[in-house]
Design a protein around this ligand. Structure first.
Ligand SMILES: Cc1cc2nc3c(=O)[nH]c(=O)nc-3n(C[C@H](O)[C@H](O)[C@H](O)COP(=O)(O)O)c2cc1C
Ligand code: SF4
Ligand code: SF4
Length: 436
Protein backbone atom coordinates (compact mmCIF):
# COMPACT_ATOMS: atom_id res chain seq x y z
CA UNK A 1 0.00 0.00 0.00
CA UNK A 2 2.71 2.48 1.02
CA UNK A 3 5.12 2.94 -1.86
CA UNK A 4 7.27 5.92 -0.90
CA UNK A 5 7.93 8.10 2.10
CA UNK A 6 8.41 11.60 0.67
CA UNK A 7 10.10 13.84 3.21
CA UNK A 8 10.00 17.63 2.74
CA UNK A 9 11.95 20.02 4.95
CA UNK A 10 12.98 23.65 5.40
CA UNK A 11 16.27 23.77 7.27
CA UNK A 12 18.47 26.87 7.15
CA UNK A 13 20.81 25.78 9.98
CA UNK A 14 20.55 22.00 9.79
CA UNK A 15 18.56 21.04 12.92
CA UNK A 16 15.36 20.35 11.03
CA UNK A 17 17.20 18.33 8.38
CA UNK A 18 18.66 16.08 11.06
CA UNK A 19 15.25 15.29 12.53
CA UNK A 20 13.64 14.93 9.08
CA UNK A 21 16.28 12.39 8.04
CA UNK A 22 15.90 10.41 11.23
CA UNK A 23 12.12 10.15 10.92
CA UNK A 24 12.17 9.56 7.16
CA UNK A 25 14.68 6.73 7.47
CA UNK A 26 12.84 5.08 10.34
CA UNK A 27 9.47 5.21 8.63
CA UNK A 28 10.93 3.94 5.37
CA UNK A 29 12.50 0.95 7.15
CA UNK A 30 9.35 0.16 9.15
CA UNK A 31 7.09 0.39 6.12
CA UNK A 32 9.49 -1.28 3.72
CA UNK A 33 9.19 1.79 1.48
CA UNK A 34 11.64 3.86 -0.53
CA UNK A 35 12.44 7.25 1.05
CA UNK A 36 12.89 10.52 -0.84
CA UNK A 37 14.14 13.79 0.63
CA UNK A 38 13.15 17.16 -0.76
CA UNK A 39 14.47 20.42 0.61
CA UNK A 40 12.45 23.60 0.15
CA UNK A 41 15.02 25.73 1.95
CA UNK A 42 16.43 27.61 -1.06
CA UNK A 43 14.42 29.85 -3.41
CA UNK A 44 15.20 27.60 -6.41
CA UNK A 45 13.88 24.59 -4.47
CA UNK A 46 10.56 26.37 -3.93
CA UNK A 47 10.01 26.83 -7.66
CA UNK A 48 8.46 23.38 -7.95
CA UNK A 49 5.61 21.87 -5.96
CA UNK A 50 5.63 18.28 -4.65
CA UNK A 51 4.43 15.66 -7.12
CA UNK A 52 2.40 13.15 -5.15
CA UNK A 53 1.00 9.81 -6.23
CA UNK A 54 -1.22 7.21 -4.62
CA UNK A 55 0.85 5.25 -2.12
CA UNK A 56 3.03 8.24 -1.14
CA UNK A 57 3.24 9.08 2.55
CA UNK A 58 4.18 12.72 3.07
CA UNK A 59 6.46 13.72 5.95
CA UNK A 60 6.56 17.50 6.29
CA UNK A 61 9.13 19.05 8.61
CA UNK A 62 9.47 22.75 9.41
CA UNK A 63 11.12 24.82 12.11
CA UNK A 64 8.99 27.03 14.34
CA UNK A 65 9.55 30.75 13.84
CA UNK A 66 7.74 33.08 16.25
CA UNK A 67 5.36 30.31 17.25
CA UNK A 68 4.25 29.43 13.73
CA UNK A 69 5.34 28.09 10.35
CA UNK A 70 7.99 30.60 9.11
CA UNK A 71 6.02 33.46 7.61
CA UNK A 72 7.99 33.67 4.34
CA UNK A 73 7.49 29.97 3.62
CA UNK A 74 3.80 29.87 4.50
CA UNK A 75 2.51 30.57 1.02
CA UNK A 76 4.67 27.77 -0.42
CA UNK A 77 3.66 25.30 2.30
CA UNK A 78 -0.02 26.11 1.73
CA UNK A 79 0.30 25.51 -2.02
CA UNK A 80 2.42 22.39 -1.57
CA UNK A 81 0.21 20.58 0.91
CA UNK A 82 -2.33 19.33 -1.59
CA UNK A 83 -3.10 15.68 -2.01
CA UNK A 84 -5.83 13.22 -2.72
CA UNK A 85 -6.18 11.71 0.75
CA UNK A 86 -2.47 10.81 1.06
CA UNK A 87 -1.36 9.89 4.58
CA UNK A 88 0.89 12.50 6.15
CA UNK A 89 3.07 13.08 9.20
CA UNK A 90 3.65 16.61 10.53
CA UNK A 91 6.80 17.51 12.43
CA UNK A 92 7.98 20.85 13.78
CA UNK A 93 11.34 21.65 15.36
CA UNK A 94 11.67 24.37 18.00
CA UNK A 95 14.49 25.91 19.99
CA UNK A 96 13.30 25.07 23.51
CA UNK A 97 11.06 28.15 23.89
CA UNK A 98 7.69 26.85 22.61
CA UNK A 99 6.06 25.63 19.44
CA UNK A 100 2.85 27.57 20.18
CA UNK A 101 0.50 27.21 17.17
CA UNK A 102 3.01 25.85 14.65
CA UNK A 103 2.06 22.18 14.82
CA UNK A 104 -1.69 22.86 14.81
CA UNK A 105 -1.14 25.19 11.84
CA UNK A 106 0.81 22.55 9.90
CA UNK A 107 -1.73 19.81 10.60
CA UNK A 108 -4.54 22.26 9.74
CA UNK A 109 -2.94 23.03 6.36
CA UNK A 110 -2.57 19.31 5.68
CA UNK A 111 -6.23 18.73 6.41
CA UNK A 112 -7.30 21.78 4.38
CA UNK A 113 -5.25 20.40 1.46
CA UNK A 114 -6.83 16.94 1.55
CA UNK A 115 -4.10 15.05 3.39
CA UNK A 116 -4.75 12.64 6.23
CA UNK A 117 -2.35 13.25 9.13
CA UNK A 118 -1.56 9.99 10.95
CA UNK A 119 0.79 11.57 13.45
CA UNK A 120 2.36 14.86 14.50
CA UNK A 121 5.40 15.72 16.58
CA UNK A 122 7.30 18.68 18.00
CA UNK A 123 11.04 18.08 18.54
CA UNK A 124 13.51 20.31 20.34
CA UNK A 125 16.55 21.36 18.27
CA UNK A 126 19.27 23.94 18.80
CA UNK A 127 17.84 27.44 18.74
CA UNK A 128 19.33 29.10 15.66
CA UNK A 129 19.76 32.34 17.68
CA UNK A 130 21.68 30.77 20.56
CA UNK A 131 24.52 28.39 21.42
CA UNK A 132 22.94 27.33 24.71
CA UNK A 133 19.18 26.99 24.03
CA UNK A 134 18.44 23.52 22.74
CA UNK A 135 22.20 22.75 22.58
CA UNK A 136 22.86 19.07 21.87
CA UNK A 137 19.24 18.42 20.93
CA UNK A 138 17.89 16.15 19.69
CA UNK A 139 19.76 13.97 22.20
CA UNK A 140 19.65 10.18 22.46
CA UNK A 141 16.49 10.23 24.53
CA UNK A 142 14.75 12.53 22.02
CA UNK A 143 15.69 10.24 19.15
CA UNK A 144 14.55 7.14 21.02
CA UNK A 145 11.18 8.86 21.58
CA UNK A 146 11.06 9.75 17.88
CA UNK A 147 11.76 6.10 17.00
CA UNK A 148 8.88 5.00 19.21
CA UNK A 149 6.62 7.56 17.55
CA UNK A 150 7.71 6.31 14.10
CA UNK A 151 6.83 2.75 15.12
CA UNK A 152 3.37 3.82 16.28
CA UNK A 153 2.74 5.82 13.10
CA UNK A 154 3.90 2.90 10.95
CA UNK A 155 1.57 0.53 12.79
CA UNK A 156 -1.36 2.93 12.27
CA UNK A 157 -0.49 3.24 8.60
CA UNK A 158 -0.38 -0.50 8.15
CA UNK A 159 -3.63 -1.07 10.03
CA UNK A 160 -5.83 1.89 9.16
CA UNK A 161 -4.38 3.01 5.81
CA UNK A 162 -7.70 3.89 4.18
CA UNK A 163 -9.84 4.42 7.24
CA UNK A 164 -11.31 7.59 8.64
CA UNK A 165 -9.06 9.28 11.20
CA UNK A 166 -9.02 12.21 13.54
CA UNK A 167 -6.14 13.97 15.27
CA UNK A 168 -6.18 16.79 17.79
CA UNK A 169 -3.25 19.11 18.31
CA UNK A 170 -2.99 21.88 20.91
CA UNK A 171 -3.11 25.41 19.51
CA UNK A 172 -4.93 27.17 16.70
CA UNK A 173 -5.09 25.59 13.25
CA UNK A 174 -5.71 28.99 11.64
CA UNK A 175 -3.79 31.41 13.84
CA UNK A 176 -3.72 35.10 13.04
CA UNK A 177 -0.87 36.33 15.19
CA UNK A 178 2.77 35.44 15.68
CA UNK A 179 4.62 35.34 18.99
CA UNK A 180 5.94 38.80 19.87
CA UNK A 181 9.62 38.58 20.80
CA UNK A 182 10.49 40.39 24.02
CA UNK A 183 13.64 42.04 25.37
CA UNK A 184 15.22 41.45 28.77
CA UNK A 185 13.02 44.23 30.18
CA UNK A 186 9.90 42.45 28.80
CA UNK A 187 9.19 45.19 26.25
CA UNK A 188 8.62 44.04 22.64
CA UNK A 189 11.88 43.62 20.73
CA UNK A 190 11.66 45.40 17.36
CA UNK A 191 14.26 43.66 15.19
CA UNK A 192 12.15 42.90 12.14
CA UNK A 193 14.44 45.01 9.96
CA UNK A 194 17.72 43.78 11.52
CA UNK A 195 20.31 42.38 9.11
CA UNK A 196 23.65 40.67 9.56
CA UNK A 197 26.94 42.40 8.95
CA UNK A 198 30.26 41.06 7.70
CA UNK A 199 33.72 41.68 9.13
CA UNK A 200 35.92 42.36 6.12
CA UNK A 201 39.05 41.28 7.97
CA UNK A 202 37.67 37.82 8.66
CA UNK A 203 35.88 37.26 5.34
CA UNK A 204 37.78 35.09 2.86
CA UNK A 205 35.25 35.83 0.09
CA UNK A 206 34.39 32.15 -0.24
CA UNK A 207 30.75 32.88 -1.16
CA UNK A 208 29.24 30.16 1.08
CA UNK A 209 26.88 32.58 2.82
CA UNK A 210 25.49 33.67 -0.56
CA UNK A 211 24.64 30.08 -1.50
CA UNK A 212 22.77 29.22 1.71
CA UNK A 213 20.43 32.21 2.14
CA UNK A 214 16.83 30.89 1.94
CA UNK A 215 15.66 34.31 0.80
CA UNK A 216 18.32 34.75 -1.89
CA UNK A 217 19.03 38.05 -0.18
CA UNK A 218 22.82 38.06 -0.15
CA UNK A 219 24.70 39.66 -3.00
CA UNK A 220 28.42 40.36 -3.38
CA UNK A 221 30.61 43.39 -3.87
CA UNK A 222 34.28 42.67 -4.61
CA UNK A 223 33.65 39.13 -3.29
CA UNK A 224 32.31 40.38 0.07
CA UNK A 225 28.67 39.64 0.94
CA UNK A 226 26.11 42.44 0.84
CA UNK A 227 22.83 41.98 2.67
CA UNK A 228 20.37 43.47 0.23
CA UNK A 229 16.93 41.85 0.44
CA UNK A 230 14.58 40.49 3.08
CA UNK A 231 16.25 38.85 6.09
CA UNK A 232 14.26 36.34 8.13
CA UNK A 233 17.00 36.05 10.77
CA UNK A 234 17.36 32.32 10.03
CA UNK A 235 21.10 32.48 10.86
CA UNK A 236 22.12 30.26 7.94
CA UNK A 237 24.72 32.75 6.73
CA UNK A 238 26.18 33.32 10.20
CA UNK A 239 26.34 29.65 11.13
CA UNK A 240 27.69 28.44 7.79
CA UNK A 241 30.44 31.04 7.52
CA UNK A 242 33.68 29.10 8.04
CA UNK A 243 35.56 32.09 9.55
CA UNK A 244 32.91 33.56 11.84
CA UNK A 245 32.85 36.77 9.82
CA UNK A 246 29.07 37.28 10.04
CA UNK A 247 27.32 38.72 13.10
CA UNK A 248 24.01 40.19 14.17
CA UNK A 249 24.70 43.27 16.25
CA UNK A 250 21.22 44.81 16.43
CA UNK A 251 20.68 45.64 20.15
CA UNK A 252 16.95 44.72 20.08
CA UNK A 253 17.79 41.30 18.63
CA UNK A 254 20.62 40.72 21.12
CA UNK A 255 18.38 41.68 24.02
CA UNK A 256 15.78 39.15 22.80
CA UNK A 257 18.41 36.42 22.60
CA UNK A 258 19.54 37.24 26.14
CA UNK A 259 15.92 37.11 27.31
CA UNK A 260 15.14 33.67 25.81
CA UNK A 261 18.45 32.23 27.04
CA UNK A 262 17.61 33.37 30.54
CA UNK A 263 13.91 32.49 30.56
CA UNK A 264 13.77 29.22 28.62
CA UNK A 265 16.86 27.40 29.89
CA UNK A 266 14.86 24.52 31.45
CA UNK A 267 14.84 21.55 29.06
CA UNK A 268 11.60 21.02 27.13
CA UNK A 269 10.53 17.57 26.06
CA UNK A 270 9.46 16.53 22.58
CA UNK A 271 5.72 15.99 22.15
CA UNK A 272 3.91 13.44 20.01
CA UNK A 273 0.33 13.05 18.79
CA UNK A 274 -1.26 10.10 17.04
CA UNK A 275 -4.41 9.96 14.95
CA UNK A 276 -7.31 7.87 16.21
CA UNK A 277 -9.64 6.01 13.93
CA UNK A 278 -13.30 6.89 13.60
CA UNK A 279 -16.17 4.46 13.06
CA UNK A 280 -19.48 5.25 11.41
CA UNK A 281 -22.55 3.32 12.52
CA UNK A 282 -26.29 3.49 13.25
CA UNK A 283 -27.25 5.25 16.46
CA UNK A 284 -28.48 3.04 19.30
CA UNK A 285 -31.73 3.84 21.09
CA UNK A 286 -29.91 4.57 24.37
CA UNK A 287 -27.81 7.19 22.58
CA UNK A 288 -30.74 9.20 21.23
CA UNK A 289 -30.63 11.82 24.04
CA UNK A 290 -27.21 12.82 22.60
CA UNK A 291 -29.06 14.34 19.64
CA UNK A 292 -29.87 17.31 21.89
CA UNK A 293 -26.14 18.10 22.00
CA UNK A 294 -25.75 17.66 18.26
CA UNK A 295 -28.81 19.81 17.61
CA UNK A 296 -27.23 22.56 19.68
CA UNK A 297 -23.90 22.11 17.84
CA UNK A 298 -25.77 22.34 14.51
CA UNK A 299 -26.87 25.90 15.25
CA UNK A 300 -24.67 28.09 13.10
CA UNK A 301 -23.04 30.89 15.08
CA UNK A 302 -21.34 33.52 12.88
CA UNK A 303 -17.87 34.82 13.86
CA UNK A 304 -17.96 37.21 16.79
CA UNK A 305 -21.56 36.42 17.74
CA UNK A 306 -22.01 34.99 21.26
CA UNK A 307 -23.40 31.44 21.41
CA UNK A 308 -27.07 31.21 22.46
CA UNK A 309 -27.93 29.35 25.69
CA UNK A 310 -28.42 25.60 25.36
CA UNK A 311 -32.09 26.04 26.29
CA UNK A 312 -32.65 27.39 22.76
CA UNK A 313 -33.15 23.79 21.64
CA UNK A 314 -36.35 23.63 23.72
CA UNK A 315 -38.03 25.99 21.24
CA UNK A 316 -40.78 24.46 19.10
CA UNK A 317 -38.97 25.04 15.78
CA UNK A 318 -35.91 23.11 17.01
CA UNK A 319 -37.74 20.39 18.91
CA UNK A 320 -39.17 19.07 15.61
CA UNK A 321 -35.69 17.73 14.83
CA UNK A 322 -35.36 15.54 17.91
CA UNK A 323 -38.67 15.03 19.72
CA UNK A 324 -39.37 11.29 20.06
CA UNK A 325 -36.66 10.59 17.54
CA UNK A 326 -36.50 6.98 16.41
CA UNK A 327 -40.24 6.44 16.77
CA UNK A 328 -41.31 7.55 13.30
CA UNK A 329 -40.80 5.27 10.33
CA UNK A 330 -38.71 7.80 8.38
CA UNK A 331 -36.28 8.55 11.22
CA UNK A 332 -32.69 7.60 10.37
CA UNK A 333 -29.51 8.47 12.26
CA UNK A 334 -25.83 7.63 11.83
CA UNK A 335 -23.11 8.58 14.26
CA UNK A 336 -19.32 8.88 14.19
CA UNK A 337 -17.57 7.25 17.13
CA UNK A 338 -13.99 7.84 18.21
CA UNK A 339 -12.42 6.05 21.20
CA UNK A 340 -15.86 5.18 22.57
CA UNK A 341 -17.16 8.76 22.27
CA UNK A 342 -19.83 9.88 19.82
CA UNK A 343 -18.30 12.89 18.09
CA UNK A 344 -20.81 13.60 15.33
CA UNK A 345 -24.24 12.69 14.01
CA UNK A 346 -26.31 13.01 10.86
CA UNK A 347 -30.01 12.40 11.02
CA UNK A 348 -33.05 12.62 8.76
CA UNK A 349 -36.78 12.64 9.36
CA UNK A 350 -39.85 13.92 7.55
CA UNK A 351 -40.64 17.05 9.48
CA UNK A 352 -41.92 20.55 9.08
CA UNK A 353 -38.55 22.27 9.56
CA UNK A 354 -36.84 25.09 7.66
CA UNK A 355 -35.60 22.63 5.03
CA UNK A 356 -38.95 20.88 4.38
CA UNK A 357 -39.87 20.71 0.69
CA UNK A 358 -42.41 17.86 0.37
CA UNK A 359 -44.27 15.35 2.52
CA UNK A 360 -42.34 12.39 1.10
CA UNK A 361 -38.93 14.04 1.43
CA UNK A 362 -36.85 13.75 4.59
CA UNK A 363 -34.94 16.75 5.90
CA UNK A 364 -31.38 16.29 7.05
CA UNK A 365 -29.54 17.70 10.04
CA UNK A 366 -25.97 17.10 11.08
CA UNK A 367 -23.18 18.31 13.30
CA UNK A 368 -19.79 17.39 14.67
CA UNK A 369 -18.08 18.61 17.80
CA UNK A 370 -15.84 21.50 16.83
CA UNK A 371 -12.50 19.70 17.22
CA UNK A 372 -13.61 16.95 14.83
CA UNK A 373 -14.58 19.27 11.98
CA UNK A 374 -12.63 19.70 8.77
CA UNK A 375 -11.10 16.22 8.84
CA UNK A 376 -13.38 14.42 6.38
CA UNK A 377 -15.63 12.94 9.08
CA UNK A 378 -18.64 15.11 8.12
CA UNK A 379 -18.31 14.22 4.44
CA UNK A 380 -18.02 10.51 5.24
CA UNK A 381 -21.07 10.63 7.52
CA UNK A 382 -23.09 12.44 4.84
CA UNK A 383 -22.07 10.04 2.09
CA UNK A 384 -23.00 7.07 4.27
CA UNK A 385 -26.41 8.62 5.01
CA UNK A 386 -27.09 9.29 1.31
CA UNK A 387 -26.25 5.65 0.60
CA UNK A 388 -28.71 4.52 3.27
CA UNK A 389 -31.51 6.76 1.98
CA UNK A 390 -30.86 5.59 -1.58
CA UNK A 391 -31.11 1.98 -0.46
CA UNK A 392 -34.39 2.79 1.32
CA UNK A 393 -35.74 4.22 -1.97
CA UNK A 394 -36.13 7.86 -1.03
CA UNK A 395 -36.15 10.08 -4.12
CA UNK A 396 -34.69 13.17 -2.51
CA UNK A 397 -33.43 14.63 0.74
CA UNK A 398 -33.35 18.32 1.64
CA UNK A 399 -31.79 20.63 4.19
CA UNK A 400 -31.55 24.26 5.14
CA UNK A 401 -28.24 25.93 5.83
CA UNK A 402 -27.05 29.46 6.55
CA UNK A 403 -25.22 30.80 3.49
CA UNK A 404 -22.22 31.75 5.62
CA UNK A 405 -21.90 28.26 7.10
CA UNK A 406 -18.68 26.42 6.13
CA UNK A 407 -20.82 23.28 5.66
CA UNK A 408 -22.36 24.61 2.39
CA UNK A 409 -19.17 23.56 0.58
CA UNK A 410 -19.40 20.06 2.02
CA UNK A 411 -23.09 19.69 1.05
CA UNK A 412 -22.29 20.74 -2.52
CA UNK A 413 -19.40 18.26 -2.63
CA UNK A 414 -21.67 15.29 -1.87
CA UNK A 415 -24.33 16.34 -4.41
CA UNK A 416 -26.69 18.85 -2.78
CA UNK A 417 -27.74 21.79 -4.95
CA UNK A 418 -29.50 25.02 -4.03
CA UNK A 419 -33.24 24.74 -4.64
CA UNK A 420 -34.34 27.95 -3.01
CA UNK A 421 -32.93 30.77 -0.95
CA UNK A 422 -33.77 33.54 1.45
CA UNK A 423 -31.47 36.43 2.28
CA UNK A 424 -29.53 34.31 4.79
CA UNK A 425 -30.26 30.68 3.96
CA UNK A 426 -30.23 28.11 1.22
CA UNK A 427 -32.65 25.25 0.91
CA UNK A 428 -30.53 22.51 -0.68
CA UNK A 429 -31.71 19.28 -2.24
CA UNK A 430 -29.93 16.07 -3.20
CA UNK A 431 -31.51 13.79 -5.80
CA UNK A 432 -30.87 10.25 -4.68
CA UNK A 433 -32.03 8.13 -7.58
CA UNK A 434 -29.92 9.67 -10.31
CA UNK A 435 -32.75 11.77 -11.82
CA UNK A 436 -32.52 15.52 -12.40
C1 LIG B 1 13.46 33.67 13.20
C2 LIG B 1 13.41 32.54 14.17
C3 LIG B 1 12.34 32.42 15.05
C4 LIG B 1 12.28 31.37 15.96
N1 LIG B 1 11.19 31.25 16.79
C5 LIG B 1 11.13 30.24 17.68
C6 LIG B 1 10.02 30.10 18.56
O1 LIG B 1 9.04 30.82 18.49
N2 LIG B 1 10.06 29.11 19.49
C7 LIG B 1 11.13 28.27 19.61
O2 LIG B 1 11.13 27.44 20.52
N3 LIG B 1 12.17 28.33 18.74
C8 LIG B 1 12.18 29.29 17.79
N4 LIG B 1 13.24 29.36 16.90
C9 LIG B 1 14.24 28.30 16.89
C10 LIG B 1 14.06 27.34 15.71
O3 LIG B 1 12.77 26.78 15.71
C11 LIG B 1 15.11 26.24 15.79
O4 LIG B 1 16.33 26.81 15.90
C12 LIG B 1 15.09 25.33 14.56
O5 LIG B 1 15.83 24.20 14.86
C13 LIG B 1 15.74 25.94 13.38
O6 LIG B 1 15.75 24.99 12.33
P1 LIG B 1 17.04 24.74 11.43
O7 LIG B 1 18.15 24.30 12.38
O8 LIG B 1 16.64 23.65 10.55
O9 LIG B 1 17.37 26.01 10.77
C14 LIG B 1 13.31 30.42 15.98
C15 LIG B 1 14.40 30.52 15.10
C16 LIG B 1 14.44 31.57 14.20
C17 LIG B 1 15.58 31.63 13.25
S1 SF4 C 1 30.80 32.71 4.21
FE1 SF4 C 1 31.97 34.05 5.53
S2 SF4 C 1 33.97 34.06 4.64
FE2 SF4 C 1 32.63 33.22 3.09
S3 SF4 C 1 32.00 35.02 1.87
FE3 SF4 C 1 30.47 34.76 3.46
S4 SF4 C 1 31.18 36.10 5.11
FE4 SF4 C 1 32.91 35.78 3.77
S1 SF4 D 1 20.69 37.14 5.31
FE1 SF4 D 1 19.06 36.72 6.76
S2 SF4 D 1 17.71 35.34 5.61
FE2 SF4 D 1 19.67 35.32 4.55
S3 SF4 D 1 20.80 33.63 5.44
FE3 SF4 D 1 21.38 35.43 6.60
S4 SF4 D 1 19.97 35.42 8.33
FE4 SF4 D 1 19.11 34.06 6.81
Amino acid sequence: MVKKVKTYYFSPTGGTLLVAQHLGERLGALLGAEVEYHSYTLPSEREKLPQLEAGDVVVWVTPVYAGRIPNKTLDYVRRALHADGNPAVALVTFGNRAYDNALAELVGLMEDGGMRPFGAAAMVTRHAFSDTLGAGRPNEEDLAALDYFAAQVAEKLLTFYSQLLTISIPGEAHPEKYYTPLKTNNAPAGFLKAKPSCNSELCTRCGKCIDVCPMGSIGAKDGMPTFDGICIKCQACRRRCPTGAIAFTDPEYLSHVAMIERTFAALKRPEFFLARNVQLRQIEMTEIPLLDNFLYEAIFIPEGVPAPPKSIIDSEELQVYVREFGQKKDDRCLVAECDGKIVGAVWTRIMDDYGHIADDTPSLAMSLYREYRNQGIGTALLERMLELLRKDNYERVSLSVQKANYAVRMYRKVGFVEENETEEEYIMVCNLQGKE
